[in-house]
Design a protein around this ligand. Structure first.
Ligand SMILES: Nc1ncnc2c1ncn2[C@@H]1O[C@H](COP(=O)(O)OP(=O)(O)OP(=O)(O)O)[C@@H](O)[C@H]1O
Length: 122
């Protein structure tokens, strides 16, 4: 039981280290973080509802999570095959495609939340 708990705590430490590495070194994550901060400010400014906050936070999590996994796939691909290879290109494109899905959904959620606040209150 003690080993289980210390193992979980250590795992959490590695995860936090990984999150910090992403924020410190990955431009795509840094851009997403800035966008996340901006929409959070917008959320407070427009005083969005609790449900809207939940969807917004889910969208932020979805995009940051997929960006992080995309970075991990890119790093693995570069590690196992640093040279040009058609298959590596396809693998990286597919990983980027996953981020695209997340980003499109996030933009749609943002539009559904903020369009009424911006346009109906004018
Ligand atoms: N080793 C490779 N072999 C074949 N095609 C590659 C290779 N590396 C990159 N590519 C192609 O170039 C595209 C961009 O790859 P890259 O690793 O630069 O990703 P990126 O999206 O620019 O990375 P980041 O998310 O860090 O900005 C890939 O989606 C792929 O189509």
């Amino acid at each position: 039981m003690y080993d289980f708990i210390t193992g979980r705590i250590r795992g959490g430490g590695y995860a936090i280290k990984g999150a910090w590495l992403l924020i410190k070194h990955e431009p795509s994550i840094q851009v997403q973080l800035v966008l996340a901060i901006l929409v959070t400010i917008a959320g407070f400014y427009f005083d969005i509802t609790a449900t809207e906050w939940m969807f917004q936070l889910l969208a932020i999590g979805l995009v940051m999570c997929s960006e992080g996994l995309n970075t991990a796939v890119e790093n693995i691909a570069d590690f196992v095959h640093p040279d040009f290879h058609v298959k590596i290109g396809v693998i990286k494109d597919v990983a980027a495609g996953a981020v695209f899905f997340a980003a499109v959904i996030a933009v749609i959620i943002g539009a559904i939340i903020y369009f009424p606040y911006i346009f109906y209150t004018l």
